[in-house]
Design a protein around this ligand. Structure first.
Ligand code: NAD
Length: 258
């Protein structure tokens, strides 16, 4: 596997929100393929994830601009470079627009759009210098289409797809690709919380939220495994994907097909 075109062996990868869910699976997969993994998270689970894969942990709160800038600095200090940046940290909060708390709205955009911009800004120079880099932005089907009660999430994720395309155009000549992954509903803590929130907001049962709301538009009626998203993240980080840039890859069981 080490010399396969799908390998990320020898690369240094920073994964934000790598303490759980999709980010944790990406950390595992990259480490198994021979990368040096740097896990960022706001919670202790980041340390556990880093220990599990023999990687580094940097605690940082991506809702804070100064912490995010320091995360970039500390990551670069480990090996002198970051080859692969996975902007993955995120969370969901569901409210009708007229009830959405201002601070929560702003914080969600900060974590899921402003922090990715900052990390790209501070890490691109080391990628440019070596003529190789991969930036993977974890967007969502809600970076492509909207659902009600998710104004902050949808705005941040649509913005992240726009950021992906823009930066791809700016850095292509330096051997750096920039892509977004747009998952449908993946079986993680984030989705469990969402199911409960939607159940309350809509006044329907948890089962009805999953079957009739979340998976209703999907061609394949099941939650996606985080491992499936991690496999796509490995492909996009590998040399096999060197001509793929500025794309938003759906992995959504057909959710946005209709
Ligand atoms: N689960 C899904 O169905 C789904 C679908 C589409 C997109 N996504 C996106 O995938 C990404 C990962 O989601 P997940 O389902 O694995 O969620 P998760 O909750 O399991 O993991 C997200 C991680 O981000 C961390 N985090 C949250 N706020 C942070 C902050 N301010 N600073 C640093 N870390 C922070 C959390 O501590 C957590 O460990 C998110 O960007 C999410 O929007 C998830």
């Amino acid at each position: 596997m080490a010399d396969s075109i799908y390998s990320v062996a020898g690369r240094v990868a920073l994964i934000t929100g790598g303490g759980s869910g999709i980010g944790r699976e990406i950390a595992k997969r990259y480490a198994e393929s021979g990368a040096t993994v740097i896990v960022n998270d706001i919670r202790d689970v980041g340390q556990q994830a880093a220990d599990e894969v023999g990687g580094h942990f940097i605690r940082a709160d991506l809702s804070d601009m100064e912490s995010t800038r320091r995360l970039a600095e500390q990551s670069l200090a480990i090996e002198g470079r970051v080859d692969i940046l996975v902007n993955n940290a995120g969370y969901q909060n569901i409210h009708p627009v007229e009830e959405f708390p201002d601070e929560t709205w702003a914080e969600m955009v900060q974590v899921m759009l402003v922090a990715p911009f900052q990390l790209i800004k501070y890490l691109v120079p080391s990628m440019k210098a070596q003529g190789w880099g991969r930036i993977i932005n974890m967007a969502s089907i809600h970076g492509l289409v909207a659902s009600p009660y998710k104004s902050a999430y949808n705005s941040a994720k649509h913005g992240l797809v726009g950021l992906t395309k823009t930066v791809a155009l700016e850095v292509g000549e330096f051997g750096i690709t920039v892509n977004a992954i747009c998952p449908g509903y993946v079986s993680t803590q984030l989705v469990e919380v969402q199911i409960e929130d939607q159940s309350k907001t809509r006044g329907i049962s948890v089962d009805d939220v999953t079957e009739k709301v979340m998976l209703e538009p999907a061609a394949i009626k099941r939650l996606i495994d985080p491992e499936e998203v991690a496999a796509l993240a490995q492909f996009l980080a590998s040399d096999a994907a060197r001509s793929i840039t500025g794309s938003a890859y759906s992995i959504d069981a057909g959710w946005v097909a209709r």
